[in-house]
Design a binder for this molecule. Sequence first.
Ligand code: ADP
Ligand code: MG
Length: 286
Amino acid sequence: MPNPAELATQAASGGPGGAGRVFAIANQKGGVGKTTTAINLGTAMASVGRKVLVIDLDPQGNASTGLGVDAANRSLSTHDLLTGQATIAAAAIPTAHVANLAIIPAKKELSGADRELLDEADGRHRLKAALAKAREHSSSGVGGFDYVLIDCPPSLNILTVNALVAADGVLVPLQCEFFALEGLSQLLNTIQRIRKNLNTSLGVQGVVLTMFDKRNKAYHGDVAEEAHQVLGDLVYKTIVPRAAKISEATSHGQPGLIYDRSNPGTIAYADLAIEVLARERDPVGA
Ligand SMILES: Nc1ncnc2c1ncn2[C@@H]1O[C@H](COP(=O)(O)OP(=O)(O)O)[C@@H](O)[C@H]1O
Ligand SMILES: [Mg+2]
């Protein structure tokens, strides 16, 4: 495994949102909390006044559904963005429940992107190009957004590579369970390779432990401890507990903050947002 500390994001953002920061929420394992983090962290950042865009890069479209965009209401999508048929400005739609939070939804056709993009010389740079264009055409941020959160699919395929090539930092959700750290070295190796060849400014913004279960405290505590030992300060202090309401909220097309603002999962994501924003001003190891 590469030395995690060396992969930390070094560049400070220079103010709230700065020139617009792009975070890929990535882990090739499914079911670790990527989408839940995109939805609830995005909501928490928006609720403290940041303008946030979630880009749904998973053909399953869970972030789109979870933010209340039904399949029938998805006109332009991330597939159009990657094929150059739509701009960020045209494809971003406001979410129903949260001011300052927009989403570019995913449609099933995105699953074909793997094949389509692999054949193109610039296939790994499509998302980066779309974001660069949005930056150019706006006076602040990325098309007016302070933060862009990219919800990656559970794979290190060309969609995730597009996210890592486009991102300033990677947010890694790590589920508190036995093999969590094993898969991580593969992700960190990929980040290291992309940093060498395709995106020299890429770094790990942080690792967030998710689905911590109190009833399993002894065991989950060990996993959390091991993560701290291996990853050091990259691990956020906030640990997201397992909270049924967070899952329930997503199934109702609402972020936790709207569905049940006092549940421990929602509160953890609010704390996490504060930590993520603070780390922007004061990066690990800088
Ligand atoms: N903190 C949590 N508490 C309870 N359930 C959670 C929590 N985080 C995620 N889940 C649930 O676990 C499942 C997987 O989470 P999800 O965010 O979709 O993972 P991924 O995007 O990595 O595949 C979903 O059903 C989600 O609602
Ligand atoms: Mg997901």
